[in-house]
Design a protein around this ligand. Structure first.
Ligand code: AMP
Length: 635
């Protein structure tokens, strides 16, 4: 008989210390904690203070010591290069030890930062685990990000080593990752001491003497090294993961060690409903939080194989995911609505021709799950499809149906109720709870459960202000998620999108300010405004409105230049769907660009209240620009 959600949830919020203390005992600690939670310095909550543990030890060594060395830990499947590989727990142990030895030889110590910029290859996970083994803090950067984004993260994290591959492969085409690293490093000369390059033979690259180290040579040089996993304080930072905020500069979310480990392990049981028999596949990328939590640490901590996939959902054919799931007996699939919206275009025969008998659940997160996609997925896959909500900051699900418990009745359009430990509320602008059915800001009461962010890298003040300062002036101390939500009479949440200037393109968070800053730096640009508009497949896409400097003529070359600038600075995910030159932007009388008006015009909706607009004629100018676009095919 599976346990009841309400009972477990109540216990988790009424007696968090008892609940999480019990969960933590299922993992290995070098030294037990003095107490479960230190909440004496809010909003800097510390879980398991006094305790010492190691993520890598728990994810790798523990299973080897338990006699599970021969079991698969990682299954790599790469349709891009036509290869696949299985690493057992013992093989992973060996690789991780060797890589930790390589880092040690290069002078990496506990607390040092190591930036990882790699495609979806087993070595990327080895690199992450090697870092946390030593207590070095990894900062993984999505390999689809480009030079500016990478350079900022290198500089902000103060990393001394970068680990990259010579290249990635996307739809059969090589991506020159090492070249991008070289260009990014040129912006902060002298900072990074070594670049470890995994030579996949994908691109030809330039070896910088003294600085560049070849993965294969370095691993061979350390022989069969064993490096003991370092006992680390529970609140020792395990990683920094940058995410977009409302300013131009991404913020470095900092994760602890002990709390994160306990939260992920607990989630594998209760939320994902896993047992020893499962094979877990998250189709995300290690560059995102989902990848950190459910490609790497969650499944490995739990001791079940994780599938690491290098490729697209529809290439070389639209059934490749289901073929892969069949081949490896995947039992739990975790993906994003965007991918299913893309696969929905193909006949369901691409799914039904494969034997998905082992597949039990499909979890989706990262963006709102629209009802048509939900119904299509349930019908096509004949499995429970579970929408769940969380964010980089939370590290693990905040709102979800818990499949390890007696599941709650599903309501399409809602990820159901708060996950254990999360005390969530929907409030108005003063921080007061709103009645059921009314829209408001989704917030959490302190303390946040284990696994949530510790702070922002190098900026405690921004952390306190950004996340906890919003309702301060009304005397409320609440964690702001940045999302709008509604809670219904049954306590089910519906997410209604971001309440700030952050948009969600295909499940990836992008700050519109980041794109604006890149474009503003172009010599032809006087003013720019970037908004998110609805997109059939990606959920949201970028629309860019540019005002050119006097005497600059609009032409096709300039247009292409601006698009290229965004792609090269941030990455292909930031490629605008619409880029239009307009004579002026609609502004309020106080000079703020009326973004909601731009959005309404793009989406051909009513523009709403215009009482604060400075000059109504700007609307016609934007309308006319959009008309021209529609004539050439933009919808
Ligand atoms: P990220 O930190 O990049 O994972 O993005 C987190 C943001 O994605 C959240 O703050 C939400 O805006 C959005 N999000 C994530 N999961 C969901 C979901 N299940 N439904 C609606 N929005 C979601």
């Amino acid at each position: 008989m599976r346990r009841d959600y309400e009972k477990l949830y109540r216990r988790s919020v009424e007696d968090p210390q008892g609940f999480w203390g019990q969960q933590a005992q299922r993992l290995h600690w070098f030294r037990p904690w003095d107490k479960v939670l230190d909440d004496t310095r809010p909003p800097f909550f510390r879980w398991f203070p006094g305790g010492q543990t190691n993520l890598c030890f728990n994810a790798v060594d523990r299973h080897v010591q338990a006699g599970k060395g021969h079991q698969p830990a990682m299954i790599w499947e790469s349709p891009e290069v036509g290869q696949s590989r299985v690493l057992t727990c013992a093989e992973l142990y060996r690789e991780v030890n060797k890589f930790a030895a390589v880092l040690g030889k290069l002078g990496v110590h506990k607390g040092d930062r190591v930036l990882i910029y790699m495609p979806m290859v087993p070595e990327a996970l080895v690199a992450m685990l090697g870092c946390v083994r030593l207590g070095a803090v990894h900062s993984v950067v999505f390999a689809g990000f480009s030079v500016e984004a990478l350079a900022h993260r290198i500089e902000d994290s103060g990393c001394k080593v970068v680990v990259c591959a010579d290249g990635g492969v996307r739809k059969g085409k090589p991506v020159d990752l090492k070249g991008l690293v070289d260009r990014a490093l040129a912006q902060s000369p002298g900072q990074v001491e070594h670049v470890i390059v995994l030579d996949r033979g994908v691109t030809s690259w330039n070896r910088v003497p003294q600085r560049d180290v070849l993965w294969s040579e370095a691993m061979a040089a350390v022989g069969e090294a064993e490096v003991p996993a370092q006992p680390l304080d529970s609140s020792h930072p395990s990683y920094i993961l940058y995410t977009s905020g409302t300013t131009g500069k991404p913020k470095g979310v900092v994760r602890d060690t002990g709390g994160y480990m306990v939260a992920l392990h607990t989630s594998m049981d209760f939320i994902y409903g896993c047992t020893d028999e499962d094979v877990f596949w998250s189709t995300s990328d290690i560059g995102w939080v989902v990848g950190h939590s459910y490609i790497v640490y969650g499944p490995l901590l739990y001791g079940i194989p994780t599938l690491v996939y290098e490729g697209m959902p529809d290439s070389p054919h639209p059934g490749v995911w289901w073929e892969t799931a069949q081949k490896h007996g995947v039992t739990v699939l975790f993906s994003a609505p965007t991918a299913l919206r893309m696969l929905r275009k193909f006949p369901t025969d691409w799914i039904t021709r494969y034997d998905l008998g082992r597949l039990r659940y499909v979890f989706l997160a990262g963006e709102p799950l629209d009802e048509p996609t939900y119904h299509w997925a349930v019908a096509a896959l004949q499995r429970p499809v579970i929408d769940h909500y969380w964010q980089t900051e939370s590290g693990w699900p905040m709102i979800t149906n818990a499949m390890g418990l007696e599941p709650l009745p599903f309501k399409p359009g809602s990820p159901t109720k708060a996950a254990m430990g999360w005390r969530l509320e929907v409030v108005d602008e003063r921080g007061d709870p709103v009645p059921p059915g009314q829209r408001g800001f989704l917030v959490a009461y302190p303390p946040l459960p284990p696994g949530a962010l510790l702070t922002l890298w190098g900026d405690d003040e921004r952390y306190a202000q950004n996340y906890w300062g919003v309702f301060r002036r009304y005397g409320k101390f609440l964690y702001m998620t940045g999302d709008y939500a509604i809670r219904d009479e049954d306590g089910y949440f519906r997410l209604l999108g971001r309440a700030d200037e952050v948009i969600n393109v295909a499940g990836h968070r992008l700050g519109t300010r980041e794109v604006e800053e890149v474009l503003s730096a172009h010599p032809a640009v006087a003013e720019v405004s970037v908004i998110g508009i609805a997109d059939e497949i990606k959920g949201e896409a970028l629309a860019v409105f540019v005002v050119l400097k006097k005497d600059v003529q609009e032409n096709e070359g300039l247009h292409q230049d601006l698009v290229r600038l965004v792609r090269e600075s941030i990455g292909p995910i930031a490629t605008p769907k619409v880029l239009k030159v307009v004579p002026r932007l609609p502004k309020t009388r106080s000079g703020k660009v009326m973004r909601r008006v731009l959005r309404a015009l793009c989406e051909e909706r009513a523009v709403g209240d215009l009482s604060t607009i400075e000059d109504g004629a700007t609307l016609d100018e934007v309308r006319q620009a959009l008309e021209e676009l529609r004539r050439v095919g933009f919808r």
